[in-house]
Design a protein around this ligand. Sequence first.
Ligand SMILES: Cc1cc2nc3c(=O)[nH]c(=O)nc-3n(C[C@H](O)[C@H](O)[C@H](O)COP(=O)(O)OP(=O)(O)OC[C@H]3O[C@@H](n4cnc5c(N)ncnc54)[C@H](O)[C@@H]3O)c2cc1C
Ligand code: FES
Length: 494
Amino acid sequence: MKSVWSDEVSFEKKESLEQDIKVDTVVIGAGIAGILTGYLLQEQGIEVIIIEGNQIASGVTKNTTAKITSQHDLIYHKLIDQIGVDQATWYAFANQKAIETYKEIISKENIDCEFEEKSSYIYSRENQEIIEQEVEAASRVGILADFVAGLQLPFDTKAAIRFNGQAQFNPLKFLLPLSKKLTIYENTLAVHVEKNTVYTSKAKIVAKHIIVATHYPFINIPGYYFMRMHQERSYVIALECGEGDPEKLVFDSMREEWNLDGMYLDADKDGYSFRTYKNLLLLGGSGHRTGENHIGGCYERLREKAREWYPNARERYHWSAQDCMTLDSIPYIGLYSSSTPNMYVATGFKKWGMTSSMVSAMIIRDRICGNENDYMEVFSPQRFHLSASATNLMKDGAKSVAGLTKGMLKIPKEKLEELPSGHGGIVEYEGEKYGVYKDEEGECFFVSAKCAHLGCQLEWNPDELTWDCPCHGSRYDIRGKVISNPAINDIGIE
Ligand SMILES: Cc1cc2nc3c(=O)[nH]c(=O)nc-3n(C[C@H](O)[C@H](O)[C@H](O)COP(=O)(O)OP(=O)(O)OC[C@H]3O[C@@H](n4cnc5c(N)ncnc54)[C@H](O)[C@@H]3O)c2cc1C
Ligand code: FES
């Protein structure tokens, strides 16, 4: 189903690139990271084009929840511990600057995108201590944060931390006017990069600078991002209040609006997030590592909570998306690798891509323009914080690589005829393993069970009816067409 953003906004179709060209800078990927980077570079007078494999903002950006905040989970206590207070302060500074830059662009370009300043809260239902620690950490990195007890949520909380002056918006309404100012080629998939040349299936682009803003980087070596990132998926439902409504504290029936003064997120990974948009409440949660949703029921769990907390509300939209998680919770922004001096990357936003995309755009602009930038070092993809990364590299790398070598294990016993309608699974057929989905009418759709990225075995996702890769998060539809990278090839079979 479409997100509320996609339902409200459509982008003009753009042509694909059919001929070889030479430009100063090419950005690969027209999500929020690619568009912001293109926009900030063009503002500096740099000639830039963006190539997009599908359509503008057709990736994760269309399915975000679009909170613009420097409050990225309870990160500051952790960052001070991992990288020290100075670097943690630059992280905070960059993200606060990103919020200010949104305001400047919206005002300069006069963009109507439902931008609203709001406070951002992280609450805990059980643990006051972690909140107190974070309030202290936030003040050490220069963010004025408050300790709050008692929230407008439909359950009790122990404590919360509040950041003031944060914001929320409709991301596609924001990107629409910016995309009109830029040269963007749609349906132009980059398949290969060599030195200063980007190859698509139809053309080649020679550029002084190449920026990979494809969400998950699609070039495996150099960079080795597949060794140091995985993806996590989460789910959103948008609720509208029913007739004659509720006496629930959170719905203001006088104003016919959800009466929440902020954006809320549980400190616990299994908790829920809340924000409003017009007359809707966006309730998020049910997250899992991509490729590890064997039992399904992610939307159903959100719906159960909605019935419990807002019995008169009805569902207007539901959608889901996934984002890239790095080893030390800091995005990778900067040089793609130490051996590629003209190529840059922006990835690993760990579900905080609104500010992280802006930080990427600012850093890459400054690198290309030779501007001073004090916060680029903390995001450098070439960093390696031993204490933060080593254990996760073992854990995450092991998981990502295990799938590459384990071969076709875990094959369910059921043969094709035993697969119930509406279900997917791996079946053995003439000595080969295939993914098969049987629709409600009994028609079967086969795919290769091997991911086109680096060959891991795919897993069926019953909530989205997709084939998901547990290694780095590529996803395919029932016909095997790739819908989430890093894979760029389909796995469908005739
Ligand atoms: C459920 C959910 C909720 C979230 N909520 C928030 C939030 O409240 N606040 C926040 O800050 N962040 C949030 N995020 C994170 C944020 O949405 C993402 O980090 C951000 O949208 C990523 O933008 P992007 O431009 O990097 O990626 P994308 O939007 O995926 O853009 C990448 C583009 O590159 C294109 N592409 C890929 N490969 C190629 C290729 N080879 N050639 C050409 N084009 C290519 C794709 O088609 C795509 O359009 C959320 C994420 C999730 C999953
Ligand atoms: S996404 Fe890397 S092997 Fe599947």
